[in-house]
Design a protein around this ligand. Sequence first.
Ligand code: ADP
Ligand code: MG
Length: 390
Amino acid sequence: MTGTDRRSLVQDRFTQVFGGQPTHWVQAPGRVDLMGSHTDYNQGYVLTMSIDRSTWIAARPRPDRVVAIDSINLDARVEFSLDDIQPDPAARWADYVKGVAHTFGAEGYALRGFDGVIHSTVPLSSGLSSSAALEVATAMLFKELGGWVIEPLQIALLCQRAENQFVGVNCGILDQYTSVHGQAGCAVLLDCRHLTGQATAIDPGIQVVICDTRFKRELSGSEYAERRAQCEEGAAILARHYPEIRALRDATLAQLDAHAGDLPDVVQRRARFIIEENQRVLDLSGALAAGDRAAIRALAAASFAGARDLYAISVPAMESMMAAMLAAPGAIGARQAGAGFGGCMVAFVERDRVAQFIPAARDAYQQATNREPHVYAVTAAPGAGALDPA
Ligand code: ADP
Ligand code: MG
C-alpha cells in the first residue's frame, strides 16, 4: 500500500464512522530485534531496529471527555470516558489505548477526548510489537492534543507501565523504547539498564528480511513469565557469590561455570543463554557495521541454537523457517525474533539477492509446513511522531 492509499483508507474510514475529517495524525513504528532475545528484562543489551511498518491514528478532539476509538484492523470500536477508565476483557485491544490514557493521566498529563481511527501495517501478535506501536501512537496523540512537554524516554517508560500494569503483560522496555527512539537508516544498540541507545550503522549491502512463520503457540504468555522468573532466580543465586550481580547482565560465563552446580539445571541453561546472547548483541553490532558476513552468520546461528537448546523458545515451525531462510539465495544469516514460540524470524540477506531470496524462502517453508508464511524486506524507519495533517 502506498502512503497515499493508506491516507485515503484511514480518512475514508474516519468520515464513515465519525463524519467530517481528522485533524491530527500520528504514527509509531513496530520493531525487530536483530540480536538480543529476552535480554531486555535481564537489563542487558539489544540490537533493535524500528521498521517501516507502523501504527497510525487519525483523530479529531472532542469537546467532552470521551474517547471513541475505531480499529480498521479489527473492524471494532470502543467508547470510554476519561473519568472512568476500566479494562474490558471483552475488548482487550482497547485496553492498550485505555492503559495509556490511565497511566499518563495518573502522572498528571492533561488528557483530551477524541474520535480516532487506528490503522496498523505491523502484523498483530507476530513479535514485531504491534502492541507497543499502538501504545506509543496513542501517547503521541494525547501529547499532540494536550500540548504536553515530555521527554521521549518518559513516553516509552509510561507506555511500558501501561502494558505492565493496565493490560497486565509483563514486557520489558525494548518495544516501547524502539518505537519512540528508532532512527531511519540504522539499528539502535539499546542498553536496557541505563536506557541509552546508540545508533549503529548497517552495511548498505545487507537487507533485513522478516520471515513470519504465521504460527503462534498458545500459552506463550505463561512461558514468558516462567523464563523471567528463572532468570531472576539465576541472578539471585549467583549474587550470593558475587554481590555485584544485580541481573544476569552483570554475570560472566566464568562466574556461571564456577557455580553452575548451585543452580537448578534449567536455570543454569537459561542463564547461559542470556549471558551469551548479551555478548552476541555487542558482537553483531560491530559485524553488521563492518559487513563481516562470516561473523553475522555465526552469531545468528549461535543465537538460534541457544534459543532452541538452552532457552527452549523454539518450535518446529521456527526450525523449518531457519532451514528455508538459510537455503535461500543471498542468505547471510538468520535467527528468531521477538519472544519466540513461533511468530517472526529475521534474515540478513545480500541486498542484490533479496528478489530471489523472498520466493525461495517462502516456497521452502510452505512446502515443509503446509503453512503460508509472510516474507518481506524491512528498512529502518524513524521513531514515533506526528504526521502532517492530510
Ligand atoms: P505483538 O506486540 O507482538 O504484535 P501482542 O500480543 O503484544 O503482540 O499485542 C497484540 C495485541 O495488541 C492485539 O491482539 C491487539 O489487542 C492489540 N493491537 C495491536 N495493534 C492493534 C490495532 N491496529 N488495532 C487494534 N488492536 C491492536
Ligand atoms: Mg507486544
